[in-house]
Design a protein around this ligand. Structure first.
Ligand SMILES: Nc1ncnc2c1ncn2[C@@H]1O[C@H](COP(=O)(O)OP(=O)(O)OP(=O)(O)O)[C@@H](O)[C@H]1O
Ligand SMILES: [Mg+2]
Length: 254
């Protein structure tokens, strides 16, 4: 289970626009990037962060540690910014947090080099989860202490917005031409050979068990949170075996 902390102080919005994640302090004295259930994109974004973040971590990719953050909406009362106040007021209960990587820099493909092995693993993983948010315009990769870290997996698994078509999506191609790491000769075949065998039903059960029940209840067509957990696991399991053949937009021989 993800560690549970309680928000004690809202520090600052991380960035205007987007989902308005905030920097908060918690009762364990940690500083977290907090993503709110009351944000426009809703709780499915948070489910995607947990499923993809915890899967990535188990595949050996670097992802800041995820926690759940309990929020008392009272915390919003003292906020001068109206938008922030609204966000805190509408996000009572369980929210998502991740370790704040202090001093991290946004990844710049022109300033940092990435090996073709590492680029391959990340492109393969993004193809698996249908990540449309790792382009060179908006890489959602951070450099921290010389290493590459993956963040922002909210816009993935597009199929969770249309469950009846979810399993059919296992065969959909993934266009990597805009991917932030497309220029680093990603070795997707090597990544597939290394990572696909790790994506087992067992592993996905472990990963989806990390999703808080609170974000799974009441989904139309599903009786229990565990039914919905299995629905997340199925397309990922099917896709893992074939996805390397579905990656398009990378230069041949690179
Ligand atoms: N764990 C972290 N440590 C340090 N900085 C972070 C962390 N997570 C996010 N950030 C910073 O905050 C920015 C916004 O975070 P993120 O991309 O996750 O949110 P978002 O609302 O999905 O953003 P957008 O949709 O605007 O890209 C990141 O680009 C990064 O600069
Ligand atoms: Mg982002």
């Amino acid at each position: 289970m993800l560690k549970e902390v309680i928000a004690t102080r809202y520090l600052t919005p991380l960035r205007e626009g987007g989902s308005l994640p905030g920097l908060v302090e918690a009762d364990d004295f940690g500083t977290y990037v907090m993503k709110f259930t009351g944000a426009g994109q809703g709780r499915k974004t948070l489910v995607a962060e947990v499923v993809c973040g915890e899967l990535a971590r188990r595949l050996g990719l670097r992802v800041p540690r995820l926690v759940t953050i309990a929020l008392d909406p009272v915390l919003g009362l003292g906020e001068p910014d109206h938008q922030v106040q609204e966000l805190l007021r509408s996000s009572g209960g369980t929210n998502l947090g991740m370790d704040f990587l202090s001093g991290a820099l946004g990844f710049d493909p022109l300033a940092f080099a990435v090996s073709s092995e590492e680029a391959g693993r990340i492109v393969w993983f993004d193809a698996l989860i249908n990540n449309v948010d790792r382009s060179w315009r908006n890489p959602n990769l951070l450099m921290h202490h010389g290493d590459l870290w993956l963040i922002d997996h909210g816009a993935t698994m597009i199929w969770h917005h249309n469950w009846p078509g979810a399993e059919a999506s296992a065969n959909r191609p993934y266009d990597a031409s805009d991917h932030a790491l497309a220029g680093f000769a990603p070795d997707v075949a090597a990544a597939a050979a290394q990572l696909a065998p790790l994506v087992t039903g067992e592993l996905l059960t472990e990963v989806t068990a990390e999703i808080p029940d609170a974000w799974l209840t009441g989904e139309p067509g599903f009786d229990t949170p565990d039914d919905l957990r299995r629905a997340y696991a199925r397309p990922l399991l099917a896709r893992a075996a074939v996805v390397h053949e579905r990656v398009t937009g990378l230069e041949e021989g690179k």
